[in-house]
Design a protein around this ligand. Structure first.
Ligand SMILES: Cc1cc2nc3c(=O)[nH]c(=O)nc-3n(C[C@H](O)[C@H](O)[C@H](O)COP(=O)(O)OP(=O)(O)OC[C@H]3O[C@@H](n4cnc5c(N)ncnc54)[C@H](O)[C@@H]3O)c2cc1C
Ligand code: FES
Length: 261
């Protein structure tokens, strides 16, 4: 556990905030897709930690988390000021594999999934495409940062307020069409229904090296409580087993995700 002093904490866009903690020890070890389990200072319920993907790390020890205010913990986090200190556990979880130089990354993200995949985009030697979907334009975050990192950013919204109107997975066929002959590698992070739809597409099309971050409700964050399980394919008669996302994930191979019969 590390003490993370808040250096900045401000609104990024609408209900999304960006906080930077000074934690050089965690920054040094962080790989894309990993998360920190945060004990939020000043929160009355101080036992339960809240998990957040590590969006970015800097050489001078700043760890960035982008978060949406959804409940009590994130509300209190949004009120913390520079100089206040949270207790951070991490980096936790299985990371994404950074694509090889000859691989063309296609990142499919929903909501804060862009925050969870930004470090991957930054470290990818070949820049690819970000397909970012959300309910409305207020939930499309970090598009400028991905563009600055060299990614071709395409957006979709359910209400048509920005980009393509519809589900983000519907943007995939065109990307495949435009990039024929390239060694495409898929990555994904977002709401569970989106990831299950994406897993099905990748399994049907044979993109077996795709990787998906299945962020699930978490409690202990270290494999002890089984609060965070998801269904992963297995050879048993049911065809699946439960896997703890905090310990065996949050990143899983798309080909291992159980999408039903
Ligand atoms: C590995 C991992 C990485 C995450 N990374 C980020 C991130 O980078 N940015 C970010 O904004 N959030 C992220 N989350 C979700 C974040 O942990 C929750 O939003 C947060 O714990 C909510 O705390 P709260 O006290 O404000 O809300 P609570 O009062 O605990 O919950 C408020 C509402 O949010 C829902 N909720 C809580 N956790 C989740 C979840 N994991 N998925 C869907 N709904 C949830 C609850 O069911 C409830 O409806 C991540 C979760 C995991 C497991
Ligand atoms: S959160 Fe406790 S086992 Fe995963």
């Amino acid at each position: 556990m590390k003490k993370g002093e808040i250096v900045t904490n401000s609104i990024l866009k609408d209900e999304y905030y960006q906080v930077q903690f000074y934690v050089p020890e965690i920054c040094r070890e962080t790989r894309p897709g990993q998360f920190v389990h945060v004990k939020i200072a000043n929160l009355r319920d101080r036992i339960l930690r809240r998990p957040f993907s590590i969006s970015d790390v800097s050489e001078d020890g700043l760890l960035t988390v982008v978060y949406k205010v959804v409940g009590e913990g994130t509300k209190v986090l949004a009120e913390l000021k520079p100089g206040e200190v949270c207790d951070l556990m991490g980096p936790l979880g299985n990371p994404f594999s950074v694509p090889a130089e000859d691989e063309f990354p296609v990142i499919v993200a929903g909501g804060y999934g862009s925050a969870a995949t930004y470090l991957l985009a930054e470290r990818a030697p070949t820049k690819g495409v970000l397909l970012l979907g959300a309910r409305s334009q207020n939930d499309l975050i970090l598009t400028d940062k991905f563009a600055a990192a060299g990614f071709d950013v395409r957006t979709s919204t359910n209400d048509g307020s920005e980009g393509y109107k519809g589900f983000v997975t519907e943007l995939i066929p065109q990307v495949l069409e435009e990039n024929q002959g390239k060694k495409i590698r898929f990555y994904g992070c977002g709401p569970t229904p989106m990831l299950l739809a994406l897993a099905k597409i990748l399994q049907d099309k044979g993109y077996n090296d795709g990787e998906l971050s299945l962020d699930h409700l978490m409690c202990c964050g270290v494999g002890a409580c089984f609060a965070c399980v998801v269904k992963i394919k297995d050879d048993n008669p049911d065809g699946w087993r439960y896997a703890r996302t905090c310990k065996e994930g949050p990143v899983f191979k798309a080909s291992d995700v159980y999408v039903g019969e």
